[in-house]
Design a protein around this ligand. Sequence first.
Ligand code: OFO
Length: 172
Amino acid sequence: MLTEKLEKAIIEQIKAEEESSRLYLSMASWCEVNGYAGAAAFLFEHATEERMHALKLLSYVNDRGGHARLMALEEPASEFNSLQEVFEKVLKHELFVTSLINKLVETSMNEKDFNTLNFLQWYVMEQIEEESLARSILDKFKLTEGEKGGLFHIDKELASMAAAEAAAGEGE
Ligand code: OFO
């Protein structure tokens, strides 16, 4: 059984994951109306992944005898100055989520809940992957800086990354 403190902390993390999902959905929508179809596909896919992160936490709370009550969500940003700015914000957001996961790990340690500690390892690893993915996308902007058609190539690459992610997701 989860302690009340830990249940509350995980419910707050569900909110954070839902907000991540909606932020990426909002970014995908911006990309779509600005002609970046590949980036839009990538971010739609990423939004779905974040929703899965929230669902996994929700099931965990309920499986451990708690009740995952949902909280109100913040309105996500919907205007961006450039495609590069979108991905700078993705990285900034993932760094923020990493700090939240670390805090959650700390709370489970303080509560001596080793099951939750074990469960959260998946999120710790996931954050390493997601930060590294966001950094690798930002590197592409640096590499193609000033190059004619640079954004076109990045968008195309994001489209193939989205297709690969979707295919991997189907196999899960
Ligand atoms: Fe990318 O944040 Fe979920 O865990």
